[in-house]
Ligand binder design. Structure first.
Ligand code: CMP
Length: 143
């Protein structure tokens, strides 16, 4: 990534099939774009297959919620994107709110629009290492 600012970062964001089905991707993208200095540098709508999900959710394979999660995540198109900017990794997770939407604060994406943990609208990388690993899975040409 080229930047003169050492706290500039990039992250992988997925707007999950519930966001696409419910017509919320414009609303969510608008919230991301409103942050000064953040920009979307790759964006693609695609239906994810099991092999991509297995790589993306490697740490969750075998957990009780894994199979229903894969079924949900492959149930329709997902909007996958790379977002770049100042402190964007923690920043987008703050915009998203807690994983369980019932615990997510008002004003957050999950707090405002979701109610159940699996269908929580958005995924955002949780660290620099995760972001680089996940970008490789979804956008190998940008790795
Ligand atoms: P995400 O940020 O994509 O990372 C893993 C996903 O698994 C999470 O969002 C939820 O969609 C889902 N998830 C995590 N924990 C649970 C759970 N306890 N029950 C159902 N789904 C979960």
């Amino acid at each position: 990534m080229s930047s003169q600012n050492s706290s500039a970062q990039r992250t992988l964001v997925l707007l999950k099939p519930d966001a696409v089905r419910r017509g919320l991707i414009g609303e969510i993208i608008a919230r991301i774009e409103r942050k000064a200095g953040w920009r979307i540098t790759s964006l693609e709508l695609r239906t994810l297959d099991r092999s991509v999900l297995e790589r993306h959710y490697a740490e969750h394979v075998g957990k009780s919620f894994y199979e229903p999660l894969v079924e949900f995540m492959s149930s329709g198109p997902t909007a996958a994107m790379i977002v770049e900017g100042e402190e964007v990794i923690a920043g987008i997770r703050a915009l998203a709110g807690k994983t369980n939407p019932l615990e997510a604060g008002p004003g957050t994406i999950r707090g405002d629009f979701a109610t159940i943990t699996r269908e929580n609208l958005i995924h955002a990388s949780d660290s620099v290492d995760s972001a680089e690993r996940e970008i490789k899975v979804f956008f190998p040409g940008r790795a």
